[in-house]
Ligand binder design. Structure first.
Ligand code: S3P
Length: 428
């Protein structure tokens, strides 16, 4: 797919698709509840469709109409043994959270996903799940999917996770629904807390200690179906925030975007970089704050992105790297080694592709250093099938001279099937 620059900026308003993390969890927690869960503004991206497909295979009836998704819950012990492999596609969230749920069932199952999933580390969930008594194994020597899970009795543990990962935390807490005793997870920095907030909403007892970044869950709750209205995904909004911030003459309004502080680190970085961004019409449903975001073009300056901020913007680092190329001065991203184990190695892939466009960018062990201000030119971009890489370069191309060709640009269907249409609708 070929992209060219825009000289007149981006103008108009947009409602971005529903939050991916919340959409996945709505299906999973709805499936484990008694009664029906209805979900509006559900994200129909390929990853969340993988979650739906897996839960249908586990005997859950899920109705998909245009305006809402209805999940007819089976209760905590109502899932059925699947007849074949559970295919999680490209979705790390589906693979890891589902593993936690399957560990506590009374049947065996096996999970596999696409080529990217088969390279992503699963030891990080297998280790704590095994401590709980789970029988879970990687069928490959590299500790990745395919995974085989022999469900059985579990015991609660207090797990101190070496990584700030919501997927690890959630896998352990979900197994904790089936364990004997309380299960707690302590992480080095707070990762997104949708699992904790939503499980509480469905009726589980989840205790949170913000000082130690610990979440604990009590087993065997009576979960009840809920009505969930999914806010817009800040990780999808991020591309339009960036596009408007760095393209002259732009003014964009993004409606009803989720701004949960465990997810909205990008807003803090935008403030540090000098982005002209205003929050309007703030709301809060089920502990999930949302707002309209108004972004206008403004000169940007370099910044440092590090420490506890990293898990709150982990998926936004590729587009933040693009923004940094247009900022005055140096941007340093550190403590972000997790980028190497996402849908692609996002340090290597961003540095290679941005360098090809003329950016002054260097990879480090745990991040990148970007000297902003070098003019970008079009190039051949290999997205490596990574949706966030493809979307980042579509934004970079708007401000680069010449043509940019993105290979495998269609991978945006993972989280944002209508991304190119929406981007085009704002370009003047
Ligand atoms: C997610 C957590 C993050 C994020 C991913 C979605 C989730 O992964 O990168 O896109 O829904 O829990 P980690 O928690 O492994 O960092």
């Amino acid at each position: 797919m070929i992209f060219t620059s825009t000289s007149k900026g981006l103008r108009g308003e947009l409602t971005v698709p529903g939050d991916k993390s919340i959409s996945h969890r709505a299906v999973m927690f709805g499936a484990l509840s008694k009664g029906t869960t209805s979900v509006t503004h559900f994200l129909k991206g390929a990853d969340c469709l993988s979650t739906i497909r897996c839960f249908r295979q586990l005997g859950v009836s899920i109705e998909d109409s245009r305006e809402k998704l209805l999940i007819h819950g089976q209760g905590l012990h109502g899932l059925k043994e699947p007849s074949g492999w559970l295919d999680t596609g490209n979705s790390g969230t589906t693979t890891r959270l589902l593993s936690g749920i399957l560990a506590g069932q009374s049947f065996s199952s096996a999970i596999n996903g696409d080529a990217s999933i088969q390279t992503r580390p699963m030891g990080r969930i297998m280790e704590p799940l095994r401590q709980m008594g789970a029988r879970i194994e990687s069928l490959k020597a590299n500790g990745c999917a395919p995974l085989s899970i022999v469900g059985g009795p579990l015991r609660g543990i207090s797990y101190v996770s070496p990584v700030a990962s919501a997927q690890v935390k959630s896998a352990v807490l979900l197994a904790g629904l089936y364990a004997k005793g309380v299960t707690s997870v302590t992480e080095p920095a707070l990762s997104r807390n949708h699992t904790e907030l939503m499980l509480r909403g469905f009726g589980a007892q989840v205790d949170i200690c913000p000082e130690t970044h610990t979440a604990s869950i009590h087993p065997e709750p009576a979960l009840t179906g809920q009505q969930i209205s999914v806010p817009g995904d800040i990780s999808s909004a991020a591309y339009f925030i960036a596009a408007a911030a760095l393209t002259p003459h732009s003014e964009v309004l993004l409606r009803h975007v989720g701004i949960n502080p465990t997810r909205a680190g990008m807003l803090r970085v935008c403030e540090n970089m000098g982005v002209d961004l205003t929050l309007l019409n703030q709301t809060n449903h089920g502990g999930e704050p949302a707002a309209d975001l108004l972004i206008r073009f403004h000169d940007l300056s370099g910044t440092v992105i590090e420490g506890d901020l990293i898990p709150t913007l982990i998926d936004e680092l590729p587009i933040l790297a693009v923004m940094a190329c247009f900022a005055k001065g140096k941007t340093i991203i550190r403590n972000a080694e997790e980028l190497k184990v996402k849908e692609s190695n996002r340090i290597a892939v961003m540095v290679k592709n941005l360098s090809a466009m003329g950016a002054h960018i260097t990879a480090t062990e745990d991040g990148m250093i970007i000297e902003g201000g070098a003019p970008l030119h079009g190039a051949q971009i290999d997205s490596h099938g990574d949706h966030r890489v493809a979307m980042s370069f579509a934004v970079a191309a708007l401000n680069a001279s010449g043509e940019t060709q993105i290979q495998d640009a269609s991978c945006v269907t993972i989280s944002y099937p209508e991304f190119y249409r929406d981007l085009k609708s704002l370009c003047q």
